[in-house]
Design a protein around this ligand. Structure first.
Ligand code: ATP
Ligand code: MG
Length: 426
């Protein structure tokens, strides 16, 4: 036998038994976003490498060591997208969406980063991202955070903490940066290799280091908050007030700087204790400089992205059986005539009851065998159509997941009876 080819390390299949949970998650998120007036945008998965270098920043983990970059046949350097914001801004600019008017956008799909695979960290993973363009005030920052809080609520997720910080404007950060470099130089020997290298090029990123060895250096670092001007402070205060008004709790985390270069002012993360080290399920912030950096007119922007694998891991700990769809009925057909009539009956039911989930048995076989398949399908009812039933113009309805006897129903009454049973408001 030929040797089987395996999937690429860190890239996982989402199997049929897992996809109902994924669909549950995606449906709930989509529903919230459409209720807030956000529209979906779909971008290509591959972009010019330059786009990510220019937006995410050369001196970041992603660009330095995580990108899947390759030469196209014509020699262009292309990259599988490691995140969605850069492509979203590119698409917005290229198609004239941004930025004379407000845009509320969202996207979803796979992202690619060549990281060390571990629980909650993969090389292909999935995000839903949300971005709002053209709005500079704290009100839209608040709206985005309220969206995330609502998403957790509607998914039934608890044990999530909102961490909040502000990075000020790029000028404010520049002043802070100088002081930070002075401080970090004093403790140079305690810095790990990455951080020593980044000391001059991107010292703020050092505060985002996940290396436990760096914890105390980071803890003692000067705080950016003291370098903020009045406007940045007012923006931040207004956001905090809005969160208080709405009853959304948060923790100030002055060390929260986020991995990408393009953030300014508000940054936030939602973190859970329940997933171990990979606890950040959603991260975002304001990126007022990015549109200009990518060649557009200066346009304020704010957004976030959630990591679906980590949210799925949280959802797996909940009991969602009642909320995940199973087939309503599995149609068992015995004999030629029943099989021929059964197909038409199934089509008739699907037209009459558009939300009915009905599996028609295929492949013949004994009654016992078909009932076994019914059971395996997790359908709530078996509909049993044999030669006798066809002759009497009726059908058997057998509950599979609850107590109760099989009933015989006139074929003419079947739609009405099923509508009662599935009770999905039709
Ligand atoms: P981390 O600090 O965990 O590396 P990050 O700051 O690199 O995260 P972002 O670029 O902000 O992550 O992406 C937003 C979200 O996407 C993260 O909060 C996380 O939930 C998810 N995510 C990021 N990288 C991965 C990955 N390799 N595998 C699975 N999920 C990921
Ligand atoms: Mg990362």
């Amino acid at each position: 036998m030929a040797k089987q080819i395996q999937a690429i390390r860190g890239m996982k299949d989402i199997l049929p038994q897992q996809s109902p949970l994924w669909q549950f998650l995606e449906d709930r998120v989509r529903s919230v976003l459409s209720r807030y007036g956000y529209a979906e945008i779909r971008m290509p998965i591959v972009e010019m490498t330059e786009l990510f270098k220019r937006s995410i920043g050369e001196v970041t983990d992603i660009v330095e060591k995580e990108m899947y970059t390759f030469a196209d046949r014509n020699g262009d350097s292309l990259t599988l997208r490691p995140e969605g914001t850069a492509g979203c801004v590119r698409a917005g600019l290229e198609n004239g969406l941004i930025f004379n008017q407000t845009q509320r956008l969202w996207y979803q799909g796979p992202m690619f980063r060549h990281e060390r695979p571990q629980k909650g960290r993969y090389r292909q993973f999935h995000q839903i991202g949300v971005e709002a363009f053209g709005l500079a005030g704290p009100d839209i920052d608040l709206e985005l955070i309220l969206i995330t809080a609502r998403i957790w609520r509607e998914l039934g997720l608890r044990d999530l903490e909102l961490q909040l910080n502000t990075l000020g404007t790029s000028e404010e950060r520049a002043n802070y940066r100088d002081q930070l470099i002075v401080y970090l130089r004093e403790r140079f020997d305690e810095l790990d290799e990455d951080s020593q290298r980044r000391l001059e090029s991107n010292p703020l990123r050092i505060l985002d280091s996940k290396n436990p060895r760096m914890a105390s250096v980071i803890e003692d670092a000067p705080s950016l908050m003291e370098y903020l001007g009045d406007q940045s402070m007012a923006h931040f205060d207004r956001l905090r007030q809005g969160l208080d008004d709405a009853g959304v709790g948060y923790r100030l985390n002055p060390r929260l700087v986020r991995g990408l270069d393009y953030y300014s002012r508000t940054v936030f993360e939602w973190v859970t204790q329940s997933l171990g080290a990979q606890g950040t399920v959603c991260a975002g912030g304001r990126f007022d400089g990015l549109v200009g950096q990518l060649g557009g007119r200066a346009t304020p922007a704010v957004g976030f992205a959630m990591g679906l694998e980590r949210l799925i891991a949280m959802l797996e700990t909940l009991d969602l059986k009642e909320q995940l769809p199973v087939p309503d009925v599995y149609l068992v057909m015995m004999g030629d005539r029943a099989s021929r009539e059964g197909v038409l009956l199934a089509e008739r039911l699907r037209s009459a009851l558009p939300t009915l989930r009905l599996i028609s048995h295929c492949g013949g076989g004994t009654f016992k065998n078909q009932l076994k398949k019914t059971d395996r399908s997790q359908a709530r009812y078996a509909l049993v159509l044999g030669e006798d039933e066809v002759a009497r113009r009726e059908i058997g309805l057998k509950p599979m997941r609850s107590e109760g006897k099989q009933e015989q129903i006139a074929l003419s009454q079947l739609e009405t009876r099923l509508a009662e049973l599935i009770n999905r408001g039709q």
